[in-house]
Design a binder for this molecule. Sequence first.
Ligand SMILES: *Cc1c(COP(=O)(O)O)cnc(C)c1O
Length: 389
Amino acid sequence: MRDPEEELSELESAGLRRRLRRIESPQGRSVALTGTRECLNFSSNDYLGLANSEELKSLYQIHIGKLGAGSGASRLVCGTMAAHLELEEKLADLKNSPAALTFSSGFAAATGIIQALCGKDDFVILDKLCHASLIDGARLSGAAMRVYPHNDLERLASHLRWAETKRGRNSRVLVITESVFSMDGDLAPLAGICDLKDTHDSLLLVDEAHAFGVLGPQGRGLAASLGLEKRVDLQMGTFSKAAGLSGGYLCASRPLVDLMTNRARSFIYSTAPSPALAATIRDGLDLVCGTRGEELRTILFANRERFLSGTSSAIVPMILGDNHAALSASATLQDMGFLVPAIRYPTVPRGSARLRFTLSAAHYPDDIEALKKALAEVIPDRYDSNFAS
Ligand SMILES: *Cc1c(COP(=O)(O)O)cnc(C)c1O
C-alpha cells in the first residue's frame, strides 16, 4: 500500500504540497496571520468586502434570533423553510429567470446539476480551464466528455459536431463554461458559445461564480451584461464570493429546476442550509444588487484599474511558471505584509504556477500602490512585463 507520508514528501519536493494557513481575525481588507504581521489581503474572493460588513453581520444575527440556527433535515424531508423559498423566488426575479434553486455550496451546485442532467447516453463539453467542481460533475455523470482549449470556439464547434454524429434521439449535449475564469480572470466569449449551442441543439451551463455581484447590471453577471440571460439555459453561481456568505444557486426553467429537486444528489442528500443563512442571503441580495452594491462595484473597478489598467474582472494572475518560484514569491510577499496565494497544479495546468491577485472594494488606493511597489522589488522582471506599459 502507498505510504501517505511518502506521498506528502513527493508533493513537497515538487512544490505541490498544500498547507492550511490560520487566520486569527475576521476576513477583510487585512487579516491577522499566526506568527506574522498583519497582512493586506489580496487573496480572498470577497470582492465587495461584504463578508465582515456590519450590514450582513446584523442581518445574520437578527435572522438567527428569529429562525434558529439549524435546518434539521434535507430540503425534501422537512428542511425547506420559508426563507429558502423566498430566497429562490427573489433570486429568480432578480435574474429574470423562471425559477431558481439553491444548494449548500457552489461546488454542490455544480456536481449536482451536471450529474442530474446527464448520464451515459449524453455528452458534456467543457472549457479546458473549467473549475474542479464542473469537471467532477461531468465525471460523476458518466456522460461522454470532451474538453476544448480555453475559449476556443472552433474546437467547441468541432466537439459539438462530434457529439452530433454520436448522439441518440434523446441524448442531451451540455456545454459548460465559466463566465469569468477563476484563475485567469478573463471572460468567456459567451455570445459565440450561445450561437454554437443553439446551432447544435444543446444546452449551456454557465458558472458565474466570479461574476455574480461583480459584472453586469445590478451585478447580475456576465450573461446579463451581454444581454444573454435568456439564452443561457442554466446559470449557476455562488453566494460565497462577492455576496460575502456561502451557498450555490441555479437559475433555469421551471422544469429544469424541478428536475434538480428530483435528481441532483448533492441537493437531495444534504441537509438544507441554515434558514438564517438563507434569509441573510435573501436580504443581502438587496445590498449586492442595489445601490450599495453599485457603490462598491465602482470602488472595486477603480481599485482594479489602479492595479492593472484594462483588466476585465477582479482577478489578476501573474504567471511565474515554476511551482517553487511562485511559492517563494508568495512567501516573500507575506513577509512584507501582503497575502497573495501561489496557485499551482492541479488548480492550474502544470508549468503555469502563478500569483493570483484578487482586488476588493475593501482595499484603499494606498494598499494597491504599496502592493505594486512590493512587486516591483520582489519580481522586477515580471512586474515590468505585466505592469509597465
Ligand atoms: C468557487 C467556485 C465554485 C465553488 O463555489 P463554492 O460556493 O465556494 O463551493 C464553483 N465554480 C467556480 C468557478 C468557483 O470559482
